[in-house]
Design a protein around this ligand. Structure first.
Ligand SMILES: C[S@@+](CC[C@H](N)C(=O)[O-])C[C@H]1O[C@@H](n2cnc3c(N)ncnc32)[C@H](O)[C@@H]1O
Length: 204
């Protein structure tokens, strides 16, 4: 994302996209059952998904992004949420995560995976930093269909000039992701695409 668009992205995420993050945070909470330990939010942007999950759990968070502008917003949002005691930011790429092996209980990510290059390497890194028994829940979407439609409508009204098409990555199909997971030696894994987005899950 162009640096000039980052402040608007953060504004929209805080102002109208909160239900999306709450929705996926509840799903992650229900599906993984992981409520304590360490969680890495990859391609975190302003940290919205992890911050929503922090409200449901006692997890400690590391927010990783390649963009210093996004991380600045993540730091502001962490402070505004009163979560400084259990959240830190770290700059890095998913393809070379600057963390020790087996250091995370949970890895989450939303809206970042379409931008990742070298997918087998990226998935291998997520797997490497997970502890044995850890869970990866990564993907993207705009929540349930009703929320999605309401947000899209509001975007058209309030941000008619917002568009990020120039940097929109080409769509990859489920098989592409499944092949990359297999190439990273990750078995089993699931890749699901529905009205609620594309989500990939695996355990270590
Ligand atoms: C569309 S934003 C999503 C932000 C946030 N997770 C959300 O759900 O709103 C994509 C984010 O992924 C980050 N990103 C893209 N490729 C990345 C990579 N290879 N490694 C780390 N971060 C990456 C971008 O800097 C950006 O903050």
């Amino acid at each position: 994302m162009e640096a000039s668009k980052v402040p608007t992205y953060n504004e929209v995420a805080l102002k109208m996209n909160a239900p999306i993050y709450t929705y996926y945070a509840s799903r992650i909470h229900a599906k993984t059952g992981i409520t304590s330990g360490s969680c890495l939010d990859v391609g975190c942007g302003g940290g919205y998904l992890g911050l929503a999950l922090a409200k449901l759990t006692d997890l400690e968070f590391l927010f990783l992004d390649q963009s210093p502008d996004m991380l600045r917003h993540a730091e502001e949002n962490i402070a505004a949420g009163g979560l400084k005691a259990r959240a830190q930011t770290i700059r890095g790429m998913v393809q070379a995560i600057p963390l020790a092996d087996a250091s995370m209980d949970l890895v989450i990510s939303r809206g970042s995976i379409p931008f990742w290059e070298e997918l087998p390497r990226a998935f291998g890194e997520l797997h490497r930093v997970l502890k044995s028994g850890g869970y990866a829940y990564i993907g993207g979407g705009l929540g349930d269909p009703l929320t999605r439609d309401a947000i899209e409508e509001r975007m058209k009204r309030e941000y008619p000039h917002w568009q990020n098409k120039k940097h929109k990555p080409p769509r990859r199909d489920n098989q592409h992701y499944a092949d990359a997971l297999a190439a990273a030696g990750i078995h089993p894994s699931s890749v699901t695409r529905s009205d609620e987005g594309l989500w990939i899950e695996f355990r270590k």
